[in-house]
Design a protein around this ligand. Structure first.
Ligand code: CAO
Length: 554
């Protein structure tokens, strides 16, 4: 079978360029012109395409390798080559007569390297054209890196051009001051088009300026060969190749060096992201697509924080993998919605939490006495229906806790119904179905509804309407444990009851300590609506109702 070794083509005068991405693996099928790997120098990046269609036998370069023209990239088993005469082999197979295939970059990004030609004489305004870019087709001008009035040195980047396969920076052919821009970002240009006018600095000027004000960036050394250069109307632009060490890829706005491949540059342009603001994680500071994604997510997250009304800075992301193995998993939709709701409430509502213990010794013995009847009814009577019932009574007597702020805070809406939300812990996250008209239901009805709604919640069968209309919420962690917690108000409600695990405690009855079953309660409320007195009265009444459930009948 014939095999071809694809070689690095003329890369436009660079001694070598770094492999920043290998696009294929052994066994992959490739087409002619399909990219095999991406090379990037400090001035340009390019895909090296396959010269033949076939199957990749071996990839001869890896990320980080420095490859020069003629270096071997990959061995390809040519498709359909079986039809050739037996023994016909590619360059790696020993067919001496066959030259290794040297890939031309599918969209050559770099033309022939041109030495900087003599620059113009003193005070000459010169036109800087698009140099030989290896194609006659127009290419996108994706960035103008200088502005009128900028003092630039020979080799500084003037503009960045981009094709589907490559991006390249056009360096200045001379030192001087930009006097006019002839192109704008987003336009298309081809070889010979004038990019800008440059007031080129001559040797004499340069020396004088250096003498008068010392060495400065504005008085960069004249371009090679300028000293005796005759006046010229058009300065031959340097080819878009890696330039001398004085020329860095400098971002117009920040002065930082930016390395990024064409796809990343295009994506950044589409998002409107300034590349110089993006933290790079690629080799040698190269910006990767993931870096852009992370930049955009952070920008959105911080905007959400600001939209929350607090204008607080976002919590910085930490690279936890620096400290050990990590696993990143996508959060459920419910978790994300809960997070947004919690943050909104936390930022908007001035929370206060008040604590008390309800003595549920008698309530529990009554509840346990009903176990047989509960079984007969095919239901389960936990403390929760008692709590819901007691809350309904206490809410009717302390109506502020069943209200919401309205008209931007100038009025209160009192609800003449008692609908109570019940926080349910499910594998997919926290949901809060609402039990309607709690005040009008019996304990048995409430017990059935708790079971039904909790079941639906865990099976993800709740309808949106099942979770709407609540005026107050009960969050019971009693079956899970804990001595107390401070729940977050489920705004626009103004209060929420957190129920913790009941425990037998010694309680002083005036003469002796008695073992009593104490239920810890924490009531969080919106202090814009509910005052400490309102909350204290509500909680005291609630504890009294739970302490003697006969009062629920009154
Ligand atoms: N103290 C001691 N035991 C309690 C208790 C309490 N406060 N509350 C419940 N229990 C007991 C029950 O009596 C039951 O035991 P028995 O079967 O022996 O009677 C057991 O704990 C299990 O109860 P349960 O959880 O099945 O039922 P529930 O009615 O108490 O609660 C529900 C139902 C849906 C509220 C609950 O299952 C749940 O999901 N709780 C979590 C709510 C939550 O996540 N809140 C936090 C929100 S903020 O992040």
């Amino acid at each position: 079978m014939a095999q071809e070794t694809v070689l690095v083509p003329d890369i436009g005068g660079s001694d070598a360029a770094e492999v920043v991405e290998v696009l294929v693996s052994p066994g992959d099928t490739v087409e002619v012109d399909q990219g095999l790997l991406v090379l990037e120098s400090d001035k340009a990046s390019m895909e090296i395409p396959s010269t033949v269609a076939g199957t990749v036998v071996e990839v001869l370069a890896k990320d980080g390798d420095e490859l020069a023209e003629g270096a071997a990239v990959a061995v390809i088993e040519v498709a359909g080559a079986e039809a050739e005469a037996p023994g016909a082999e590619g360059s790696t197979g020993g067919d001496e007569s066959k030259e290794p295939a040297s890939a031309e970059p599918s969209e050559p990004i770099v033309g022939e390297t041109k030495k900087a030609e003599p620059a113009p004489a003193a005070s000459q305004t010169v036109e800087v054209p698009v140099p030989d870019i290896g194609t006659d087709e127009p290419v996108d001008l994706i960035e103008v890196s200088v502005s009128v009035g900028d003092s630039i040195s020979e080799g500084d980047t003037l503009v960045v051009l981009e094709t589907d396969k490559a991006s390249m920076e056009v360096p200045s052919p001379a030192t001087g001051v930009v006097t006019a821009l002839k192109v704008e970002e987003g336009s298309q240009v081809k070889e010979g088009d004038v990019l800008l006018l440059l007031d080129a600095v001559t040797a004499a000027q340069s020396e004088n300026e250096a003498k008068s004000s010392g060495d400065s960036a504005a008085q960069a050394k004249p371009a090679a060969g300028q000293e005796s250069a005759p006046a010229a109307k058009s300065a031959p632009a340097s080819a878009p190749t890696p330039a001398s060490e004085t020329s860095k890829t400098v971002s117009k706005s920040s002065g930082n060096t930016v390395y990024a491949g064409p796809a990343v540059r295009r994506l950044a342009r589409e998002f409107g992201v300034p590349l110089e603001s993006v933290k790079s994680s690629g080799p040698r500071g190269r910006i990767l697509k993931e870096d852009l994604h992370s930049y955009v997510s952070k920008a959105l997250a911080s905007q959400e924080s600001t939209n929350g009304g607090a204008g607080i800075p976002a919590v910085p992301d930490v690279d936890f993998s620096a400290f050990g193995p990590v696993e990143v998993v996508e959060r459920s939709k419910i978790d994300k919605v809960t997070a947004a709701n919690m943050q909104r409430s936390w930022l908007n509502v001035p929370h206060v939490t008040q604590f008390d213990d309800a003595d549920i010794t008698e309530m529990e013995s009554f509840r346990k006495s009903l176990k047989g009847e509960a079984d007969k009814r095919g239901t389960r009577l936990t403390p929760l229906p008692f709590l819901l019932k007691a809350c309904a009574v206490a809410l009717k007597n302390n109506e502020k806790l069943n209200s919401s702020l309205s008209d931007g805070g100038s009025t209160l809406t009192f609800k003449r119904y008692v609908h109570i939300g019940m926080a349910v812990d499910t594998p997919a996250g926290l949901v809060v179905p609402v039990i309607r008209d709690v005040d009008q239901k019996t304990l048995w009805e409430l017990a059935d509804e708790v079971i039904e709604l909790a079941g639906k919640a865990r099976e993800r069968k709740l309808k949106p309407s099942d979770m709407q209309g609540g005026g107050f919420t009960v969050s019971s962690l009693g079956s899970i444990g804990g001595r107390g917690f401070t729940p977050i108000v489920n705004a626009p409600e103004v209060a929420i009851l957190g129920v913790s695990r009941a425990d037998t405690q010694p309680v002083w009855d005036g003469q002796a300590f008695q073992p009593r079953l104490q239920l810890p309660l924490g009531l969080s409320y919106d202090h814009r609506v509910v005052n400490g007195g309102d909350a204290g009265r509500f909680l005291t009444e609630l504890c009294a109702l739970l302490g003697d459930i006969r009062k629920l009948l009154l």
